[in-house]
Design a binder for this molecule. Structure first.
Ligand code: HEC
Ligand code: HEC
Length: 274
């Protein structure tokens, strides 16, 4: 509590730089203790991703000293916001061994975030920060109304064939011709995501798919498509990814597009919420 109060105080314009730095140091000390306790087994005491558990894991725990973070609201090549890091820690990373820490008190998670940011000098250079990429507003009606959804998914399929099949394969399994021998920036082998699964690493809703298309996955061959397609067309692509997920889970028929297996207004929403 003391830490939090100091922090609140330090963010007012009346706080002296001295108070600010004392507050930050206390927060970081608190974060360090929690980090060593909960995270170092995988991410290492020094944040280099070389904890004792790391050698058994695939994908490897993140090396925080490089300042490269996959899941962000900010543009490709920039640092995540505190909110992005809080999200990752709270949610965990599905399809990897990174657990969810949702039951750790919020204040403690916040302190850990501050501590993680001490591992790389990248955090000291304002050139590495950028505001969140916004994109186009969620066209909710088009994802609720089945016939409108199908129009978007069909357009999205064309873009998917053009730009994504190479790595993700025509059904989204992550088995395209270009999927072999891919490496990430940490020189580890990496596979394209299996998009037919009910969740991607950064979340389970269609908005998470959309955000990935806008921001890409830092440190991997998964790029940002913000400058390739219009912000609106990226919703078409997201609809197609959702559709493939539906096919895999018995809701749509891939070969009979646009004829749905089950006629239901709410299918898209149901899948989105799973
Ligand atoms: C059982 C091992 C394990 C533990 C314990 C663990 N992590 Fe992770 N963490 C991972 C793995 C593996 C990844 C990489 C997943 C990937 O790249 O797909 C990861 C990735 C991350 C990332 C990177 C997200 C991004 O956008 O690139 C952050 C941040 C993170 N962990 C924070 C933490 C914090 C904080 C703790 C402790 C509260 C913690 N982790 C505990 C295994 C672990
Ligand atoms: C050069 C190969 C390549 C291309 C081309 C590519 N991807 Fe990916 N994609 C990847 C890899 C590799 C990952 C896995 C990243 C990871 O697990 O850290 C990925 C991950 C994803 C994810 C999941 C992100 C998450 O949070 O787990 C989505 C969604 C995605 N890609 C969609 C697309 C779409 C749509 C296109 C086409 C516009 C596309 N990708 C083009 C390689 C590629």
């Amino acid at each position: 509590m003391k830490v939090l109060l100091l922090l609140l105080f330090s963010t007012t314009s009346f706080a002296s730089p001295f108070v600010q730095s004392v507050a930050r140091q206390e927060l970081i000390a608190h974060g360090k203790m929690a980090y060593l306790n909960r995270c170092a087994g995988c991410h290492g005491d020094k944040g280099d991703g070389l904890g004792p558990g790391a050698k058994f894991l695939d994908p490897k725990p993140r090396d925080f000293t490089t300042g490269i973070f996959k899941f962000r609201s900010s543009p490709l090549g920039t640092l995540p916001s505190d909110h992005d890091l809080m999200n990752t820690i709270s949610r965990g990373i599905p399809n990897s061994s990174m657990p969810s820490f949702a039951d750790v008190p919020e204040q403690e998670r916040f302190a850990i975030v501050e501590y993680i940011k001490t591992f790389s000098p990248m955090w000291n250079d304002s050139a590495n920060f950028a505001p969140a990429v916004i994109g186009a507003a969620f066209p909710e009606e088009d994802f609720k109304d089945f016939s409108k959804f199908i129009v978007r998914a069909k357009k999205g399929k064309e873009l998917f064939v053009e730009s994504c099949v190479l790595c993700h394969g025509d059904r989204g399994y992550g088995d395209g011709e270009g999927a072999v021998d891919l490496q990430d920036d940490w020189e580890q082998p990496i596979r394209p995501a299996n998009l037919a699964k009910l969740t991607i690493k950064s979340g389970k809703s269609v908005k998470d798919i959309y955000r990935i298309l806008l921001t890409g996955v830092n440190g991997t061959p998964m790029s940002s498509y913000k400058d390739v397609y219009s912000d609106d067309a990226l919703w078409d692509l997201a609809a197609w990814v959702l559709y493939m997920r539906g096919v895999e889970n018995g809701v749509y028929d891939l070969n009979k597009l646009p004829i749905p297996l089950i006629q239901s207004q709410s299918i898209a929403t149901e899948i989105k919420d799973k």
